[in-house]
Design a protein around this ligand. Structure first.
Ligand SMILES: [Zn+2]
Length: 156
Protein backbone atom coordinates (compact mmCIF):
# COMPACT_ATOMS: atom_id res chain seq x y z
CA UNK A 1 0.00 0.00 0.00
CA UNK A 2 2.79 2.40 0.97
CA UNK A 3 4.84 1.56 -2.14
CA UNK A 4 1.79 1.99 -4.35
CA UNK A 5 0.96 5.46 -3.03
CA UNK A 6 4.62 6.52 -3.22
CA UNK A 7 4.71 5.39 -6.86
CA UNK A 8 1.50 7.33 -7.53
CA UNK A 9 3.04 10.43 -5.94
CA UNK A 10 6.19 10.07 -8.08
CA UNK A 11 4.08 9.78 -11.26
CA UNK A 12 2.05 12.85 -10.22
CA UNK A 13 5.26 14.83 -9.70
CA UNK A 14 6.57 13.70 -13.10
CA UNK A 15 3.38 14.94 -14.78
CA UNK A 16 3.56 18.24 -12.92
CA UNK A 17 7.27 18.74 -13.70
CA UNK A 18 6.69 18.09 -17.41
CA UNK A 19 3.42 20.06 -17.49
CA UNK A 20 4.77 23.30 -19.07
CA UNK A 21 5.91 21.21 -22.06
CA UNK A 22 2.67 19.21 -22.03
CA UNK A 23 0.73 22.49 -22.16
CA UNK A 24 2.74 23.54 -25.20
CA UNK A 25 1.94 20.17 -26.78
CA UNK A 26 -1.74 20.59 -25.90
CA UNK A 27 -1.76 23.97 -27.66
CA UNK A 28 -0.44 22.33 -30.85
CA UNK A 29 -2.79 19.38 -30.33
CA UNK A 30 -5.89 21.55 -29.96
CA UNK A 31 -4.98 23.49 -33.10
CA UNK A 32 -4.52 20.21 -34.98
CA UNK A 33 -7.80 18.80 -33.64
CA UNK A 34 -9.65 21.86 -34.94
CA UNK A 35 -8.31 20.93 -38.40
CA UNK A 36 -9.42 17.30 -38.22
CA UNK A 37 -6.63 15.47 -36.41
CA UNK A 38 -7.62 12.61 -34.12
CA UNK A 39 -6.47 11.72 -30.62
CA UNK A 40 -5.92 8.63 -28.53
CA UNK A 41 -4.65 7.97 -25.00
CA UNK A 42 -1.83 5.43 -24.74
CA UNK A 43 0.49 4.63 -21.84
CA UNK A 44 -0.59 7.77 -19.99
CA UNK A 45 0.16 10.03 -22.96
CA UNK A 46 -2.02 11.84 -25.44
CA UNK A 47 -1.25 10.81 -29.01
CA UNK A 48 -2.36 13.08 -31.85
CA UNK A 49 -2.55 11.73 -35.38
CA UNK A 50 -2.44 14.60 -37.86
CA UNK A 51 -3.51 12.70 -40.98
CA UNK A 52 -7.23 12.55 -41.66
CA UNK A 53 -8.64 9.08 -41.10
CA UNK A 54 -11.59 9.44 -43.45
CA UNK A 55 -10.97 8.40 -47.03
CA UNK A 56 -12.72 11.43 -48.55
CA UNK A 57 -10.27 13.74 -46.78
CA UNK A 58 -7.14 11.93 -47.93
CA UNK A 59 -6.40 13.86 -51.11
CA UNK A 60 -6.71 17.31 -49.70
CA UNK A 61 -4.08 19.99 -49.26
CA UNK A 62 -3.80 19.31 -45.52
CA UNK A 63 -2.51 15.81 -46.18
CA UNK A 64 0.10 17.17 -48.57
CA UNK A 65 1.20 19.69 -45.94
CA UNK A 66 1.48 16.93 -43.32
CA UNK A 67 3.65 14.87 -45.67
CA UNK A 68 6.13 17.75 -45.85
CA UNK A 69 6.59 18.07 -42.09
CA UNK A 70 10.25 17.48 -41.13
CA UNK A 71 9.34 14.76 -38.60
CA UNK A 72 7.15 11.67 -38.37
CA UNK A 73 6.48 12.16 -34.68
CA UNK A 74 7.39 14.81 -32.13
CA UNK A 75 6.90 14.86 -28.37
CA UNK A 76 6.06 17.73 -26.03
CA UNK A 77 5.82 16.51 -22.44
CA UNK A 78 3.03 13.93 -22.41
CA UNK A 79 1.73 14.86 -25.85
CA UNK A 80 3.04 12.93 -28.86
CA UNK A 81 2.11 14.32 -32.27
CA UNK A 82 2.53 12.03 -35.27
CA UNK A 83 1.90 12.39 -38.98
CA UNK A 84 -0.46 9.41 -38.82
CA UNK A 85 -1.36 6.34 -36.72
CA UNK A 86 1.25 4.18 -38.44
CA UNK A 87 4.04 6.59 -37.49
CA UNK A 88 2.77 6.78 -33.91
CA UNK A 89 2.67 2.98 -33.62
CA UNK A 90 6.12 2.59 -35.20
CA UNK A 91 7.79 5.25 -33.04
CA UNK A 92 5.92 4.71 -29.78
CA UNK A 93 8.83 3.16 -27.84
CA UNK A 94 11.21 5.87 -29.07
CA UNK A 95 8.82 8.71 -28.23
CA UNK A 96 8.20 7.17 -24.80
CA UNK A 97 11.91 7.71 -24.10
CA UNK A 98 11.44 11.38 -24.96
CA UNK A 99 8.47 11.50 -22.57
CA UNK A 100 10.76 10.13 -19.81
CA UNK A 101 13.35 12.79 -20.76
CA UNK A 102 10.68 15.51 -20.33
CA UNK A 103 9.77 13.97 -16.97
CA UNK A 104 13.42 14.18 -15.94
CA UNK A 105 14.29 17.62 -17.33
CA UNK A 106 10.90 19.38 -17.14
CA UNK A 107 10.73 22.67 -19.06
CA UNK A 108 14.54 22.70 -19.26
CA UNK A 109 14.27 19.98 -21.90
CA UNK A 110 13.00 22.59 -24.39
CA UNK A 111 16.43 24.26 -24.08
CA UNK A 112 18.55 21.16 -23.43
CA UNK A 113 17.49 19.36 -26.62
CA UNK A 114 18.39 22.19 -29.06
CA UNK A 115 21.52 22.95 -26.98
CA UNK A 116 22.68 19.38 -27.52
CA UNK A 117 22.03 19.68 -31.27
CA UNK A 118 23.90 22.99 -31.38
CA UNK A 119 26.86 21.51 -29.53
CA UNK A 120 27.02 18.57 -31.95
CA UNK A 121 26.85 20.94 -34.92
CA UNK A 122 29.62 23.14 -33.49
CA UNK A 123 31.95 20.17 -33.16
CA UNK A 124 31.19 19.07 -36.72
CA UNK A 125 28.74 16.28 -35.94
CA UNK A 126 25.18 15.75 -37.12
CA UNK A 127 22.73 17.85 -35.00
CA UNK A 128 19.93 15.27 -35.08
CA UNK A 129 21.70 11.90 -35.14
CA UNK A 130 24.37 12.84 -32.61
CA UNK A 131 22.01 14.72 -30.27
CA UNK A 132 22.46 13.22 -26.79
CA UNK A 133 18.72 12.71 -26.30
CA UNK A 134 18.25 11.04 -29.68
CA UNK A 135 21.16 8.70 -29.03
CA UNK A 136 19.59 7.81 -25.67
CA UNK A 137 16.23 7.08 -27.34
CA UNK A 138 17.83 4.96 -30.09
CA UNK A 139 19.85 3.05 -27.50
CA UNK A 140 16.63 2.18 -25.68
CA UNK A 141 15.07 1.00 -28.94
CA UNK A 142 18.04 -1.24 -29.64
CA UNK A 143 18.03 -2.67 -26.10
CA UNK A 144 14.39 -3.56 -26.56
CA UNK A 145 15.09 -5.56 -29.69
CA UNK A 146 13.28 -3.40 -32.19
CA UNK A 147 15.30 -4.21 -35.34
CA UNK A 148 13.92 -1.23 -37.27
CA UNK A 149 14.09 1.33 -34.48
CA UNK A 150 16.26 4.38 -34.79
CA UNK A 151 17.43 3.48 -38.29
CA UNK A 152 15.52 6.15 -40.16
CA UNK A 153 15.62 9.91 -39.54
CA UNK A 154 11.90 10.09 -39.13
CA UNK A 155 11.25 11.53 -35.71
CA UNK A 156 12.36 14.32 -33.43
ZN1 LIG B 1 13.70 11.08 -31.11
Amino acid sequence: MMAKSSNYFRRLLAYLWASPCTLLGLTFALSALVFGASWRKTHGNLEISLAPERRWLKNNIRLRLIQHLPFSAITFGHVIIGKNRKALDYLRAHEQVHVRQYEHWGALFLAAYPASSLLQWLIGKQPYWDNHFERQARQYDELNHAPHAGKTPVDK
